[in-house]
Ligand binder design. Structure first.
Ligand code: HAM
Length: 437
């Protein structure tokens, strides 16, 4: 029997498994972003439409075709937020941003875009969004991208692709735009779609972003932005790339892509996108290798455009539904340890020690569980393996008598004995070795 009321197309209910995954994504984000000095900000989902027109750009697809807008009872146009950046900046300006002060803000929540629903594309979707306001430093760009990759790595995502570009600044962009306009003007009108024919004069960068096959072919020989960067932009971009070279272990490749203009008007200098692993996991997720799980960049000038001080800023957003698609295909990261503790009848000594040891190891950053129930070692090893524990720590009568802890490698099956004080260092060494492989 079909339900009397159905959800709106492109608006999904998130039941237990998906909700639990989203909670895990948010919790990990809070923990990771706190290490970089970010604080949480929750902004309303409804804003004045003008904020998005002014912030995102009235020529963008997002504003022209994808906003859910309505009139309030006084006839004012309001829109459901299609992204978080404009609202976060509005809030920061309203609260007061001081020159010389850096604000780092993250937010989670639903966004709304009237797009054609498909796998990894909904009309209500969720973003994890980060903004860093008040700094021009290339170290901030590299740190922000590193934080994004650290976060994704912490979720077990490796083999990622970072596409990166520099869009230039107020000083050098006009020269590029002039060259691009001239190139677009030289194209026969039938080579561009109706939108791009209009954009080629008003907002030529948007033509580079058009998804129509015809337009993509037509711009194949368009001038390259990289050749027009001023000295400041070129050295800023070079520094960002140099800082990124040594950092992210979970990147398979960094692709310099001079066509990466992104779909929103506010970007300048560094822009980037992160694509999922080039592996069976992304193929199985149905997401397609070209679907970005995250995107962002610098937007110096946007704060001033929205009525604030002329301060620089940068940020990114991760699409949670897209991230969830990839994670469902990749194994959940297992525990670092499981403690199999066995007591004699009516005794607790082994489990008391396990309880204290588990706490000690967690304090050192290792994840693990202990066996609460009495069982045979065989069955506790099975439990450790079900939980994906890397090591099973064994405490039985022999270990209690000898003052040592048994350490069973759950991958190789090998077993050694170690003093309690050496366990942390041993687990750490093994963890680093694993991450390097
Ligand atoms: P965006 O590239 O439009 O950037 O969106 C960021 C991410 O949100 C995308 O990479 C994708 O994972 C996800 N996303 C976008 N649209 C949909 C959709 N219809 N369904 C599912 N997921 C979607 C921004 O929104 C910028 N505000 C990012 C930013 C922050 N730039 C600077 N600060």
């Amino acid at each position: 029997m079909s339900a009397k009321y159905q959800s709106i197309k492109g608006f999904a209910d998130l039941f237990a498994a998906q909700s639990a995954l989203f909670t895990r994504l948010e919790d990990s984000a809070r923990a990771c972003f706190a290490l970089y000095g970010f604080a949480e900000l929750r902004t309303p989902i409804l804003e004045y439409t003008e904020l998005f027109q002014r912030g995102i750009g009235s020529e963008t697809d997002v504003v022209q075709k994808e906003m859910f807008s309505l009139l309030d009872r006084k006839g004012r146009s309001l829109s459901l937020r299609p992204e978080a950046t404009a609202g976060v900046l509005r809030a920061a300006i309203e609260r007061g941003l001081k020159e010389g002060e850096i604000q780092r803000l993250f937010s989670f929540g639903p966004m709304f875009r009237y797009e054609r629903p498909q796998k990894g594309r909904q009309r209500q979707f969720h973003q994890i969004n980060c903004e860093c306001l008040g700094t021009e430093s290339p170290f901030a760009d590299a740190e922000l991208i590193t934080m994004l990759l650290d976060y994704l790595g912490g979720l077990g995502l490796n083999g990622l692709t970072l596409r990166i570009n520099s869009l230039g600044c107020r000083a050098c962009r006009p020269d590029y735009l002039a060259a691009l306009r001239a190139y677009l003007a030289s194209l026969a009108p039938e080579r561009l779609c109706a939108d791009c024919l209009r954009r080629r004069e008003q907002n030529p960068l948007r033509v580079l972003d058009c998804k129509e096959e015809n337009c993509r072919e037509a711009i194949a020989h368009a001038p390259e932005l990289a050749n027009y960067l001023c000295e400041d932009c070129a050295s800023h971009f070079a520094k960002v790339r140099q800082l990124l070279e040594s950092v992210p272990e979970n990147l398979a490749q960094i692709v310099l892509d001079s066509r990466l203009v992104r779909g929103l008007d506010y970007y300048c200098r560094t822009t980037f996108e992160v694509l999922g692993p080039i592996s069976s996991a992304s193929a199985a997720s149905g997401l397609g290798a070209q679907s970005a799980i995250a995107g962002g960049g610098r937007y110096d000038g946007l704060l001033a455009q929205l009525g604030g001080a002329d301060l620089p800023g940068l940020g990114f957003a991760i699409g949670m539904e897209r991230l969830a698609l990839l994670l469902q295909e990749s194994p959940a990261p297992g525990l670092d340890f499981f403690i199999a503790a066995q007591d004699g009848a009516g005794e607790n000594k082994a489990r008391d020690l396990a309880f204290a040891l588990a706490r000690e190891l967690r304090k050192q950053g290792f994840s693990g569980e202990m066996a609460y129930q009495q069982a045979s070692f065989k069955s506790m090893f099975r439990q450790a393996s079900r939980l994906g524990a890397r090591y099973c720590l064994i405490i039985g009568s022999e270990e209690l008598a000898g003052g040592l802890i048994g350490v069973k490698d759950m991958v190789s099956g090998g077993q050694i004995e170690l003093a309690r004080e050496s366990l942390g260092a041993y687990l750490q060494k093994a963890k680093v070795g694993r991450e390097e492989n």
